[in-house]
Design a protein around this ligand. Structure first.
Ligand SMILES: NC(=O)c1ccc[n+]([C@@H]2O[C@H](COP(=O)([O-])OP(=O)(O)OC[C@H]3O[C@@H](n4cnc5c(N)ncnc54)[C@H](O)[C@@H]3O)[C@@H](O)[C@H]2O)c1
Ligand SMILES: N[C@H](C(=O)O)[C@H](O)COP(=O)(O)O
Length: 322
């Protein structure tokens, strides 16, 4: 069965919290294989090398698909010499997922700056890199809570761009694409038969009828009317400040937001330890914890594994539905 194929857990930035979270993630209780350099794992980790994702290891032992890095990992201090290998690991995991050898991928955090400095990484994050590896397919980034009720699921239409560029990048084509991809993924991957989507405005009070900005009246509201006429269940444009408290969240399954922080502040505030980043629209399953490399605590063994555990379980669950 598809859902029983292991998930590939990519090592991410080895100077971050990724390598210490990998053995803790065994608590997820789903089959997965760590793809990275075993020399970066914390001392005392019980691990065994496997040749393919399907190979079995003893319970309580981390299965490792070996990818040798040129330099050791010093917690909190990314080495530019390792940047290219971090990128190779992601590409190798995608290949394993696309070939059918793995059920999907779950990515431990990368440090964008370290990859840019060390390997001229031309993408702002995994999301854009994965879309490129998949053949430049349109994707959206969704972050989903796993431990709060009603759930919080958010999709920023614009992702890793400067705030000053948001009004120009936010347009009807991008918003419609985000809504359609989200609607389809909620049906396919989250088993929601009739998804309810809420759309945030860009401006305070969703523009308050043009008094505080005109994007809502000029094109967001007409676009939503058009999609409603097609049968999509959409509310909005809504004032973003009042759409994330519990009674408001009970009225929708996912919130489409204008920009990164409008979307990610509510989810990371409500469920930092259980939030999952999932890329929708890819031909393979990809999830990730919601946090970054956490250089300030890396190597101390105190990083919370809740988010990566939730991400592995979600990837396994999604793979089973495909
Ligand atoms: N999926 C990804 O690859 C991903 C996701 C988010 C951020 N990042 C990258 O990570 C780097 C650092 O980003 P940041 O500092 O904004 O966010 P961060 O999530 O790394 O850290 C923010 C704060 O949360 C704490 N924290 C993070 N993860 C934790 C955990 N598992 N347990 C306990 N505390 C934890 C950190 O110690 C820090 O105080 C950046 O380069 C960013 O782009 C990558
Ligand atoms: N924007 C995400 C966040 O702040 O959590 C994060 O940078 C991860 O993005 P990728 O999955 O594209 O690396």
């Amino acid at each position: 069965m598809t859902g029983t194929r292991p998930i590939i857990l990519t090592c991410g930035e080895p100077a971050g919290v990724g390598p210490e979270l990998a053995p803790k993630a065994l608590a997820a209780g789903v089959p997965f294989v760590f793809l990275g350099d075993p020399r970066h794992l914390p001392p005392g980790t019980r691990w065994a090398e496997v040749a393919t994702p399907a190979d079995r290891v003893e319970d309580g032992v981390l299965a490792v698909l070996r990818h040798d890095f040129p330099a050791p990992a010093v917690p909190g201090r990314p080495d530019p010499a390792n940047a290219a290998a971090v990128i190779e690991v992601i590409a190798r995991a995608v290949h394993l997922a696309q070939s059918g050898a793995a059920g999907g991928i779950c990515t431990l955090p990368i440090n964008k700056e370290a990859l840019k400095t060390g390997a001229s990484f031309p993408f702002p994050g995994h999301t854009e890199f994965l879309a490129n590896l998949a053949g430049d397919v349109p994707v959206v980034m969704m972050l989903a809570s796993t431990t709060v009720s009603p759930p919080c699921r958010v999709v920023p239409v614009t992702i890793h761009i400067a705030l000053s560029e948001v009004p120009r990048a936010l347009n009807p084509v991008a918003m419609e694409q985000a809504i359609r991809i989200t609607d389809a993924a909620l049906r396919r991957d989250f088993a929601i038969a009739a998804p309810r989507i809420a759309v945030a405005g860009l401006n305070p009070h969703a523009g308050e009828n043009g008094v505080m900005g005109t994007e809502e009246t000029a094109w967001i509201a007409p676009l939503l009317d058009h999609l409603r006429a097609e049968g999509l269940d959409i509310s909005g444009p809504l004032p973003a400040d009042t759409m994330f408290h519990a009674p408001a969240r009970a009225r929708y399954d996912a919130a489409i937001c204008a920009y990164h922080d409008q979307a990610l502040i509510p989810i990371k505030t409500l469920d930092f330890a259980g939030g999952v980043n999932v890329t929708l629209g890819l031909p393979f399953v990809r999830t990730s914890p919601d946090h970054g490399t956490a250089f300030d605590i890396a190597g101390r063994g105190i990083a919370d594994a809740g988010s990566v555990i939730a991400a592995l379980r979600m990837a396994h669950d999604m793979a089973g539905k495909r």
